[in-house]
Structures are given as C-alpha cells and as structure tokens.
Design a protein around this ligand. Structure first.
Ligand SMILES: C[S@@+](CC[C@H](N)C(=O)[O-])C[C@H]1O[C@@H](n2cnc3c(N)ncnc32)[C@H](O)[C@@H]1O
Length: 196
C-alpha cells in the first residue's frame, strides 16, 4: 500500500460550487489534480494506493477526506469528477471516525496531526531541497506534499515527531500533482525491475 497526504490550507470544508474550484473553493483544483495523479493509470486505477486530503479552509476546519484506490467508484480522470466526490463527502456531517460518503471515499473530522497519529508510519516528506529520490527504495511509503503554500512550520514540526525523510524529485519547484507522477514513476520502474 502506498499512501499520500496532501494539505489544502485554503480548501473549503463545506459543499462548494464545481464552477470555481481555484477561487471560491480555496484551490480545491490542486487537491483534485492530486487525487487524479495519485490514483489514475491509463484506463485503470492504481488499486494499491490511498490518498488523504487535509482540508483547512473555512467554514468548519479541519476535515480529512480519504480516497481508496481499491474501492473507489464513479471517479473519472477530470478535476470536476474528483471535486464532485469531495463535495458529496462534505455534504455528510463529519464525525471523529471515518464515514463513507460514496464507494471508496470517506470523511472524518480531524487535522494533519490526527491523521499522522492514526497512520503512525515513517513519513517521506516531499520538499524541493530534500535528498534526491533517485536510487531510494520505499516499503509501504507514506508521502506528504503541500499545496501552493507548501507546509507551515507547525506542520513540519508534526512530521518531525515521526521517523521521516525529506526527499526531492528534482531541482525545480513543481506542482504537487506533477511530483506525485514522478514519485509513482520511480516506484513503477523499481517494481518492474524486481519482476525481471
Ligand atoms: C507548488 S509546491 C509548493 C511551493 C510553495 N511555494 C513552497 O515554497 O513550498 C507544492 C508541493 O509540491 C512538492 N514539491 C514541489 N516541487 C518539489 C520537488 N522538486 N521535490 C519534492 N517535492 C516538491 C512539495 O511538497 C510542495 O509543498
């Protein structure tokens, strides 16, 4: 199982219009692209992947949304489709435990720290100035990425409470969803090598 967490500092925590994902929905477009990059292959889904979104925007933060590649249905590879599943999840009243809103999509109340403590795993924190990903091998990895704002000092402090590594996918600052594609590519190549 490969797991990804993406933090949406402005992403709204109540149902939103699908017509303004970057604006009124608080850069929900970034999170939707990350869901797609995390889960989609061409004409298939990555079944061994889970992606968690941390929504920290108004009016009722924080909330966590989980997409499970093995269970998810009714998701197509466009931003609006992922957004519509996130919106449906936000229509549920979030509890302290996971509640499924649609197959493979669940929501709960909670912040980044709650999620890290629930998963309780070594963290691979993706950051521009980290160690080069080339040659690294990951077992059941948990990756953390930021949105357009990166991670706050407080969020970095939370990561430091766990075993962690800071890893870079290259010398330039990229969009989070592009980083996810590169990370998958590294792991895909390693898995293919193991097979031969
Ligand atoms: C658009 S970037 C954030 C830029 C933000 N202005 C900052 O300074 O952190 C979004 C996220 O993608 C990831 N990221 C971007 N470029 C990366 C790179 N070269 N290596 C690893 N992660 C990267 C980081 O997790 C970052 O928080």
């Amino acid at each position: 199982m490969k797991q990804f967490i993406i933090i949406g500092h402005k992403a709204v925590t109540a149902p939103f219009s699908l017509n303004d994902l970057p604006g009124a929905a608080g850069r929900m477009d970034i999170l939707c692209r990350c869901v797609n990059a995390t889960l989609f292959l061409s004409h298939d889904l990555r079944r061994d992947v889970r992606v968690y979104l941390v929504l920290k925007g108004e009016p009722d933060p924080p909330k966590l949304i989980r997409f499970d590649g093995n269970e998810v249905r009714y998701l197509s590879p466009d931003e609006r489709s992922a957004a519509s599943l996130i919106k449906k999840a936000l229509e549920k009243s979030a509890q302290e435990f996971w509640t499924e809103s649609m197959p493979g999509v669940s929501i709960r109340k909670g912040d980044f720290g709650d999620l890290l403590s629930e998963l309780n795993k070594k963290i691979i924190y993706l950051r521009e100035d980290g160690e080069d990903i080339r040659g690294k091998r990951f077992e059941e990895p948990l990756f953390v990425l930021g949105d357009h704002l990166g991670l706050t000092d407080e969020e970095e402090k939370l990561i430091e409470g766990y075993e962690y590594e800071v890893v870079s996918v290259g010398p330039l600052s990229l969009h989070a969803d592009h980083c996810i594609v590169l990370v998958h590519n590294e792991m895909d190549r390693q898995e293919k090598e193991k097979e031969v």
